[in-house]
Ligand binder design. Structure first.
Ligand code: SF4
Length: 183
């Protein structure tokens, strides 16, 4: 039987959702028998997101142009996309800068690179050093279609496991639909 091609992606988040994924502990060995991890910040050093991915957990909100481009690439190349954790679902912590409205990107750069700098305060001006920030941090379902939602900050490992187990068994995971967006 062909293995499921599994990816995990990290956008604007703290990586805590990926740490919770690693908390699956010995169940990761069972998982490895059924999936091939084709892209993940915790499992391989691949830079390009591959074609033909069956299932992807995507952590974090969309805060900059790199996040936006990667999200669309992931959507185009993935059959089942899971919004993984509260940053992906609600923008959560990275979304707090939305309080500054249209000025939020400038406000964040000024705070991080000028006000809090110990030495040589200066805004990053070399292309490629800091991806251009978007003025609004956006939950991923507002930008692309999502099949399932996995809430929590971070989602606990047993919740991750029950969703993955159901999807691997081709069943509908409990409590993972758009109704979760209403709380
Ligand atoms: Fe980190 Fe929580 Fe966001 Fe996950 S949902 S990336 S744990 S802040």
């Amino acid at each position: 039987m062909d293995k499921i091609k599994l990816a995990t992606v990290w956008l604007a988040g703290c990586s805590g959702c990926h740490m919770s994924f690693l908390d699956l502990d010995e169940w990761l060995i069972d998982l490895a028998e059924r999936v091939e991890v084709v892209f993940s910040p915790v499992a391989c050093d691949r830079k390009d997101y591959p074609e033909g991915v069956d299932l992807c957990l995507i952590e974090g909100a969309v805060a900059n142009l790199d996040n936006l481009e990667l999200l669309h690439q992931v959507r185009d190349r993935t059959r089942i996309l899971v919004s993984f954790g509260d940053c992906a679902i609600h923008a959560n912590v990275p979304g707090m800068r939305n309080l500054w409205g249209a000025e939020s990107a400038a406000a964040v750069l000024e705070r991080g690179y000028l006000e809090l700098a110990d030495t040589t305060p200066q805004l990053p001006n070399e292309p490629g050093i800091v991806p251009p920030l978007l003025n609004r941090v956006t939950p991923i379902h507002e930008l692309v279609a999502i099949e399932h939602y996995l809430p929590g900050c971070p989602p606990p490992a047993d919740r991750i496991r029950s969703l993955l187990q159901a999807l691997l068994d081709q069943q509908t995971p409990p409590h993972s639909g758009r109704d979760l967006l209403k709380f």
